[in-house]
Design a protein around this ligand. Structure first.
Ligand code: BGC
Length: 638
C-alpha cells in the first residue's frame, strides 16, 4: 500500500472546489436572507404601540420605563442598540431606524457639510428624527470628543486641554468648564461627550499626556468627578464618559500594537495593587458622581486585551464599583489585532461590553450578534443586560421626554461668559518654573518687548489637537480665538513697543529689548501620532531663544506644549520659564499673568523630566534611572 494517497486529478479537484464553493455560497445566502427576514419580519408582525405605554410616561420611574421598553423590543432591535457607528459610515440614512442603531458619533470631529453651529444642529436633529421615527421611537446617543470644549465647531470656546486644568487643580473651575461645554454641545443637539479623560500619564513620550489631568490619581479623581457633575448638571445635561478604562498612561515604551505608534495602544503592566490603589479611584469617583458611560482603552492589560477582560469590566467595574451605566469600546477596539471579527465580538460582549464603537460596519456586527445568540454563544440575558444599561442612560438623560428640537440658543457657542471662564482657566493653569531676578511679572517700566517663537502668533498651536480637526490646525485658523501675541498687545499701554518676529530676527532693531518673550512649543498632535522618543523643541524655537538672548536684557520662555519637554539648555539660557500647556482660544489669559493682573498659581500636574532616561516617572518622582526629575510634581513658584 502506498504511503501517500494518490493525488486527485486536477480537474476533479477543481470540480470539487467549485461544488464546495457552491455549498458555502448557498449557506451564506441563506444566512443573509434569514437575518434580513429576522430583522424586518419581526417588526412587521408586531402590533402598533399605544401612546400611553409606560416607557413613554415621563412621570414613571426610570427602571419601570426601561423594563417596559425592553419587554417590547425584538432581538434585532436590541442588537441595534448595542451598535455605535461613525456618522460617515452610515450607508443609507434609513439604516438608522431599520437597524435601530443605539448611537452615532462624529469620529475625529467628522463635520457636517455646513460646518457651523446651525449646520451641526441640523445634522444631529436629522439623525435624531430618523431614529425616533422607528417603531419604538428610541432616540440616539450622539457622541463627540468635546475634550476641551466643543472645539471641532468653528467659533466654539476652546478651553485649556486637561493637563492645564490639572495644573490649576480647582474642581469648581472644572465643573464650570464642563457646564459651559455641555451647553455648547446641546446647542448643536449633541447629547454625549467622550470626556472626562482619567488616564494617568507617567511617560511624557506618550502622545496623549495632555488629554489627562495629572499623573497623580488624587487629582484625576477630584477633577474627573467635578467634570461629570458639570456635564450632567441639570436638565440640559450631556452624558459624560469616563475614559479610558483602565491603566492608560503607563504603557511600556515600544510596546504598541499599532505599527505607527510606539507607546499608545501598548501594554500596561498589570498589577492588582496598583489597579486598586491608583487606577480605580478616579473611575470610582466618576461612577459615584453619576457617570453612566465608561469607555475601555485600546491598551492591553498585562497579557490580555482589555476589551476581553471579564474580570476588569464585569467584576471590577460593574461589580465592585456598582456601575449601572453602559461600557462602550473605543474606536474599532474590539477588533483591533484580532483575526476573526466574529470571535472578537463574542469575547468582548461576554466580557461585559455593552455598546461597540464599531465604528464602521454595522451590518456585519448585527449578523455576528444574531448568529452568536442563535448558537448560544451570547445569551439573551447578556444582551438584555447590555440594552438595559444603554436605555437607562437614555432615560436618565431625558431623551425620551425632551423633544430633540429642545433649544439651547446658538449664542452660547463661544459666548463672552464662556470665553471668560476659559481665560480664567488659562491664567490659573500657568506654572512659573523659573524666575531669576524676579523678571516676572513684567515691570510697568518695560518699554520695549520682543516676541518670538512658533506658538506666539498661532491660535492653532496654542489650542492643540481635537480643535477644528482631530490632529489640530496650524496658524491663526481657530475662528474667534486670540493669539498669545494679540493678548500681549492688548495689555500694553501706548508707550510700550511690542515687536514680533517668529524667528527672532530683530537684527535691524534700534536697541536691545527690555524683555524678550519666546513663546515656543510643539506642533499639534493627537493619540499615537504624538508618540516621541525625545520630546524636544524644534530647531526654529531653539534658535529663537538663542537670538532673543542676544538682543534682550531678560528672556522669558513660555512653553506651549502638551507635555513637559526635554529642554535643559533652554531652561538654563532663560531668566524665566513658564509652562502654559495648551491654553486654547483665550491667549489673553497668558498675558494676564505675564503682566501681573493675575498671580501665578499653577502647580506641575506631573514631574518635569531632565532627560529621557528618567522616563517613565511616577507621581512621587521615582524615575527609571533613579535620578531626580528637573522639577517635581506640585512644583510652581508664586
Ligand atoms: C480615542 C478616544 C475617542 C474616540 C472617538 C479614539 O481614537 O482613543 O479617546 O473618544 O476615538 O473619537
Amino acid at each position: 500500500m502506498p504511503l501517500t494517497a494518490p493525488t486527485k486529478k486536477p480537474h476533479l479537484q477543481k470540480q470539487r472546489r467549485s461544488s464546495h464553493r457552491f455549498v458555502l455560497a448557498a449557506l451564506a445566502t441563506l444566512l443573509l436572507i434569514a437575518s434580513f427576514f429576522m430583522l424586518f419580519t419581526a417588526k412587521n408582525t408586531l402590533l402598533p404601540l399605544s401612546t400611553d405605554a409606560v416607557y413613554l410616561r415621563s412621570d414613571a420611574p426610570v427602571e419601570l420605563r426601561v423594563d417596559d421598553l425592553l419587554s417590547r423590543m425584538t432581538l434585532p432591535e436590541k442588537i441595534g442598540q448595542m451598535a455605535l457607528v461613525e456618522k460617515n459610515s452610515i450607508k443609507n440614512e434609513s439604516d438608522i431606524a431599520a437597524y435601530g442603531l443605539g448611537g452615532l458619533l462624529s469620529g475625529a470631529g467628522a463635520k457636517p457639510t455646513q460646518n457651523d453651529p446651525a449646520g451641526w444642529k441640523k445634522m444631529v436633529d436629522r439623525y435624531q428624527q430618523l431614529a425616533t421615527g422607528s417603531r419604538l421611537g428610541i432616540p440616539l446617543l450622539y457622541g463627540a470628543d468635546a475634550v476641551h470644549g466643543h472645539a471641532h465647531v468653528p467659533g466654539a470656546t476652546v478651553f485649556p486641554h486637561s493637563i492645564g486644568l490639572g495644573a490649576a487643580g480647582d474642581p469648581e473651575l472644572v465643573e464650570r468648564i464642563a457646564r459651559a461645554t455641555a451647553l455648547e454641545l446641546r446647542a448643536t443637539g449633541i447629547n454625549w461627550n467622550f470626556a472626562p479623560n482619567l488616564d494617568l500619564p507617567e511617560d511624557t513620550r506618550w502622545g496623549r499626556v495632555y488629554e489627562a489631568y495629572s499623573s497623580d490619581s488624587k487629582v484625576a479623581t477630584e477633577l474627573g468627578a467635578a467634570y461629570v457633575r458639570g456635564l450632567q448638571g441639570d436638565d440640559t445635561t450631556v452624558l459624560g464618559t469616563l475614559k479610558h478604562f483602565i491603566g492608560l498612561g503607563s504603557m511600556e515604551w515600544n510596546s504598541s500594537f499599532n505599527k505607527n505608534f510606539r507607546i499608545d495602544q501598548g501594554v500596561t503592566v498589570a498589577d492588582e495593587a496598583k489597579l486598586q490603589s491608583i487606577y480605580i479611584p478616579p473611575f470610582a469617583a466618576g461612577v459615584d458622581a453619576g457617570a453612566l458611560s465608561v469607555m475601555t482603552g485600546l491598551n492591553q492589560w498585562g497579557k490580555h486585551s482589555l476589551v476581553t477582560d471579564k474580570y476588569l469590566i464585569t467584576d471590577v467595574l460593574k461589580g465592585q464599583l456598582g456601575f449601572q451605566g453602559f461600557v462602550v469600546s473605543d474606536w474599532y477596539g474590539i477588533y483591533e489585532g484580532r483575526r476573526s471579527r466574529f470571535v472578537a465580538t463574542v469575547e468582548a460582549v461576554n466580557a461585559g461590553m455593552d455598546m461597540v464603537m464599531l465604528p464602521f460596519d454595522y451590518e456585519t456586527f448585527v449578523r455576528h450578534m444574531t448568529l452568536a445568540n442563535r448558537l448560544g454563544l451570547i445569551s439573551d440575558e447578556r444582551i438584555d443586560d447590555a440594552v438595559r444599561r444603554i436605555l437607562r442612560a437614555k432615560f436618565a438623560l431625558g431623551l425620551f421626554d425632551v423633544p430633540s428640537a429642545e433649544v439651547v440658543p446658538f449664542t452660547v457657542i463661544g459666548s463672552i461668559p464662556h470665553r471668560q471662564i476659559a481665560r480664567e482657566a488659562v491664567s490659573r493653569s500657568l506654572v512659573l518654573l523659573k524666575n531669576e531676578g524676579d523678571v516676572l511679572p513684567l515691570q510697568p517700566a518695560t518699554q520695549r518687548i520682543y516676541v518670538a517663537g512658533s506658538a506666539a502668533d498661532n491660535t492653532g498651536r496654542q489650542s492643540g489637537a481635537w480643535t477644528i480637526e482631530w490632529q489640530g490646525v496650524d496658524g491663526n485658523s481657530v475662528p474667534g480665538a486670540t493669539s498669545i501675541l494679540a493678548g500681549i498687545r492688548e495689555q500694553v499701554s501706548g508707550g510700550v513697543d511690542v515687536v514680533y518676529d517668529k524667528e527672532a530676527d530683530f537684527a535691524g532693531g534700534a536697541s536691545k529689548a527690555d524683555v524678550g518673550i519666546a513663546v515656543v512649543g510643539e506642533g499639534s498632535y493627537a493619540e499615537g501620532w504624538g508618540d516621541r522618543e525625545y520630546p524636544i523643541l524644534d530647531e526654529v524655537d531653539r534658535k529663537a531663544i538663542e537670538r532673543l538672548r542676544e538682543v534682550s536684557e531678560k528672556v522669558v520662555v513660555v512653553v506651549v506644549s502638551g507635555r513637559p519637554l526635554l529642554m535643559e539648555s533652554e531652561i538654563e539660557a532663560a531668566d524665566a520659564v513658564v509652562a502654559a500647556w495648551l491654553p486654547g482660544s483665550e491667549g489673553g489669559g497668558v498675558a494676564d499673568v505675564l503682566f501681573g493682573h493675575q498671580a501665578f498659581s499653577g502647580k506641575l500636574p506631573l514631574p518635569w523630566p531632565a532627560r529621557s532616561e528618567q522616563l517613565p516617572i511616577g507621581p512621587d518622582g521615582s524615575s527609571s534611572d533613579g535620578s531626580a526629575p528637573h522639577w517635581q510634581l506640585g512644583f510652581g513658584l508664586e
